[in-house]
Every structure is written in C-alpha cells, then in structure tokens.
Ligand binder design. Structure first.
Ligand SMILES: [Zn+2]
Ligand SMILES: [Zn+2]
Ligand SMILES: [Zn+2]
Length: 243
C-alpha cells in the first residue's frame, strides 16, 4: 500500500498528510499572524477548497479562492497547475447541474449545461462536494470539497495555494526498484520506466512523457505544468530544508 502523500504548509513550511494539513491550517499560528497583519486593510471573502484526483487521491491541493472569482477562473487554475495538454473540454458538476467550458446547445437528456461565467459565491456553499472533469475522452476526474467560507485580507490573486502534495516518487513498472523517470504510453500498454530500464528497451523517444506532479501524469500528451513547479515552495523555509 502506498503511504499517504505529504505536503508543506504555505505559512510555516511544516509537512503533513492532507487530512492532517486541513486541521493544521485551521490552527497554524503563522497563518493567523500573516492574515491578521493585513486584516485592517480591505477584506474579502474566500472559499477554502480541498481538491484531489478522484482515482489518485495522493494528488491534492488546498487552496483559497476569492469568492468573486468565476468557475472559469477556477477552471483556468486547474488547467495551469494540473491538466492542460491540448485544450480539451471541461466541466464542473454542482448539485447535478453541469457548468461547461463550452456549453453545448444541443443536449439530449437532463438539464442543459450552463457556462462557467458564474461567480463562485453564486454557486458554491460551505460543505458542498463538486466534481470536475477535464477531457471527456481520457478523462481526469477531480473532486472538490468546499471546506470553508471565510473573511480574509483582500488579495489581488484570485487563487492562493495553501498546500500541495510533494511530488510522489513513482516506482519503475519493470524493475520495481528504481524511481521512474518517464512514462511510455506504448510499452506494455502504458508503463513508468526508470532510466536504466528505458535504455534496455527500444522505446520511441518521441512518445515518452515526463513524470510530473499531477493526476494527469501519463495521460494523452500531458507534459506537466509550464507555470507551477512540481514542488510547492512555502513562504517560510523550515530548518530541515536549509540543511
Ligand atoms: Zn502552518
Ligand atoms: Zn490532450
Ligand atoms: Zn526500472
């Protein structure tokens, strides 16, 4: 069994598993002082979201997003950090209503889809669970838990990452010993390979995909984020990191 992935707290840099991190963030002293220091300035409403891969829960994000941001903004953030490969369609499902990147006019059953131009505070409520799909062919499914709705100091950025899983070390599917360096979609119908095993097999180099910190690793042509590094960098570096 895989161990639960850990991540670092934005404010204090301490490392926890996701469930512990959610509890920690509610009590983190550095977070409190950071927010309180600016609370006298303009304030804003924020949602705290816990987002993870439906099939691969070791990939997770805990973010704060401005309540006046739109579903489109959240969609863009998810594409930027985890998903975008070749501009596939995507959709949120909120209480049975679909909010699509490109809502289709012709629907055959169910409710017609809405657009993503809705502000979060018009569709989200604390305690809700929302699902999200990127690419309706080789789909990456995400689950979004709306953990909280809070007042905080106003920030220009629509999304603030509070924590994110550290890049997981994926074992090579061939030797089961070394850490995988690439994903080959053709080899044995899709396999992670370490550098040694990669050299032993005659792989088509053009086909290889990098190992990246995303629930979309190895899917379609996904090559990782161009904006966010795989390792989340907290505001404060802990003593352990300085060694
Ligand atoms: Zn902390
Ligand atoms: Zn693609
Ligand atoms: Zn290997």
């Amino acid at each position: 069994m895989r161990t639960q992935s850990k991540g670092k707290c934005k404010y204090c840099g301490r490392e926890y598993t996701k469930s512990y991190m959610l509890r920690h963030l509610a009590n983190c002293q550095e977070r409190k002082s950071s927010v309180n220091a600016k609370l006298n300035n303009t304030q804003g409403m924020y949602y705290e979201l816990d987002i993870f891969g439906k099939r691969d829960k070791e990939y997770w994000l805990i973010i704060e997003v401005r309540a006046d941001a739109t579903l489109k903004d959240l969609d863009s953030f998810l594409r930027d950090i985890w998903l975008e490969c070749c501009g596939h369609l995507s959709a949120f499902d909120i209480n049975g209503t679909s909010y699509d990147a490109v809502p289709s006019e012709d629907y055959y059953w169910g409710k017609p889809a809405k657009s993503m131009n809705y502000k979060l505070n018009s569709v989200l409520e604390k305690g809700m669970t929302v699902t999200y799909e990127y690419d309706f062919g080789s789909t990456t499914d995400l689950v979004i838990n709306v953990r909280d709705y809070i007042v905080s100091s106003w920030r220009k950025e629509k999304v603030t990452i509070l924590s994110r899983n550290n890049p997981p070390e994926i074992l090579c599917d061939i030797c089961h010993e070394k850490i995988a360096a690439v994903f080959c979609p053709e080899f044995e119908y899709g396999a992670f390979l370490c550098d040694d095993c990669r050299k032993k097999h005659d792989l088509e180099e053009d086909m290889l995909l990098p190992v990246c910190n995303s629930p979309r690793v190895g899917v379609c042509g996904y090559e990782g984020s161009r904006i966010y590094p795989d390792q989340f960098v907290p505001d404060k570096v802990t003593l352990e990191d300085k060694k």
